[in-house]
Design a protein around this ligand. Structure first.
Ligand code: FE2
Length: 438
């Protein structure tokens, strides 16, 4: 007797009429017309069943704090960092946890069941670290949280005396304390250090720290419009030197948007060779970059199709929701994919499907998620969308009809349907329409 049987699903790889059998929290069979009794049956009716959405880049310690203590008037990255610095001294562990848990509810409802969140360690109290480690434990039955020890003020630039004259710990010592407490990944922000040389040095020491501890690395890297911000080159070098292939991620990489094409033609193969992953954050990049341009204004997102074509694993992250850097968002990775598609002009059928992969299977690979996917043996985690395929899911930012975690329905929503009343007659429409020939 199965716990759950999903019938008549379309899968992201294009297979149709597929049943998914679930027992003991795992997928046990994926095939057409499975004949078995099940305690619960979900008729997918030809709609898309996908592995859960995964966010490879987020800031859960700051989420839902929009307006505290004030709104970012200029809308720039640097005012956002300054604003976060104003908020930090008045934060409490309880308030951080309460906001994070509220966001996790949103995420689960959106079928977003794994999030890599950076957590600021430039705080002698490590409040956010303690709060998010607690949140990670509390949400573990429903959502995988992976924490990155992120020195927001720069691992070398941070000055402990400024924040707390009684605390003399350096950012590196605080970062190591966070790792000792159970934070999973080593972070960094080389472009925010005082000099290019300090930025390169921060990349070296943080990669060596990760290698010594057997951890992954994910750095905010070159989140700048300066085409000469080239810390990604150093990150690729140390990844290769230390044998960290596949375990290191460069987040943002927005300077690559502004780089000279000749240099980019050298850099991208080096990134691919080193096995460094890339994360673009389309909503935030299009909002924060190019702020000092007049016209034309640069889009500022990294070179997503070119990186993908070179074989680099590329994911789209949400980065921010209602925080000092971004006032909007609701945990909808289809909104993220849709913005990424537009900004990168990835409009072919294959490119649009690649944008869907950039919020599902690619970030799952970057996080190193165990048992992710729709195959026998994988965790029974998946989402039924009100869409017939991955492209339609992005087009409609499709309703999550059912979200399943370990074989249990953890969220559901009624189909989005509008009722028209025209010429005195009522009829319902749902906006589903596959284009001919696709
Ligand atoms: Fe970020």
């Amino acid at each position: 007797m199965l716990d759950l049987l999903v019938t008549g699903a379309t899968l992201p790889d294009g297979r149709t009429g597929i049943d998914i059998a679930v027992a003991d929290g795992r997928i046990v069979d994926v095939a057409p017309a499975i004949q078995a009794q099940a305690a619960r049956v979900i008729d997918a009716a030809g709609l898309l069943v996908t592995p859960p959405f995964v966010d490879a880049h987020f800031h859960m310690d700051a989420t839902l704090s929009y307006g505290l203590p004030r709104v970012n008037a200029s809308g720039t990255l640097l005012e956002g960092i300054a604003l976060w610095g104003e908020l930090k001294p008045v934060l409490t562990e309880e308030a951080i946890a309460e906001r994070a848990l509220a966001y996790c509810d949103w995420a689960i409802a959106r079928g977003l069941l794994a999030i890599r969140t950076h957590v600021d360690v430039c705080d002698p109290r490590l409040l956010a670290v303690r709060a998010l480690l607690d949140v990670k434990k509390r949400v573990a039955p429903w959502l995988d949280l992976q924490l990155v020890a992120f020195p927001q003020d720069g691992v070398l630039r941070y000055s402990p005396a400024r924040d707390d004259p009684g605390c003399k710990l350096s950012a590196l010592q605080l970062l190591e304390q966070a790792l000792d407490l159970g934070v999973d990944v080593v972070g960094g922000i080389p472009h925010f250090e005082r000099t290019m040389a300090d930025g390169a040095e921060s990349v070296r020491l943080l990669c060596e720290l990760a290698a010594a501890r057997g951890l992954r690395v994910d750095m905010h890297c070159d989140e700048s419009d300066d085409p000469l911000s080239r810390h990604i080159e150093t990150l690729a070098f140390h990844t290769q030197r230390l044998g960290l292939h596949g375990r290191v991620t460069g987040s943002h990489l927005t300077s690559m948007h502004s780089m000279d094409n000749y240099y980019a033609s050298k850099l991208i193969p080096l990134i691919a060779e080193s096995g460094v992953n890339a994360v673009a954050n389309p909503l935030i990049n299009i909002t924060l970059q190019g702020r000092q341009d007049s016209y034309p204004k640069r889009r500022g997102m990294t070179r997503v199709p070119e990186l993908m074509a070179a074989g680099v694993t590329v994911a789209f992250g949400h980065d921010c929701v209602m925080d000092p850097w971004y006032s909007l968002g609701s945990g909808d990775m289809l909104e993220v994919a849709q913005m990424g598609l537009h900004v990168a002009q990835m409009t072919s059928q294959d490119a649009m499907r690649a944008c869907f992969a950039a919020v599902t299977q690619n970030p799952a690979r970057i996080l190193g998620l165990d048992g992710y996917g729709l195959a026998p043996g994988c965790h029974a985690d998946f989402v039924l969308l009100q869409a017939r395929d991955a492209v339609e899911a992005i087009r409609l930012r499709a309703t999550r009809l059912a979200v399943v975690r370990r074989g249990q329905i953890v969220a559901s929503a009624a189909p989005a349907v509008s009722t028209l009343t025209l010429d005195g007659k009522q009829r319902a429409i749902d906006f589903l329409r596959s284009p001919p020939g696709c």
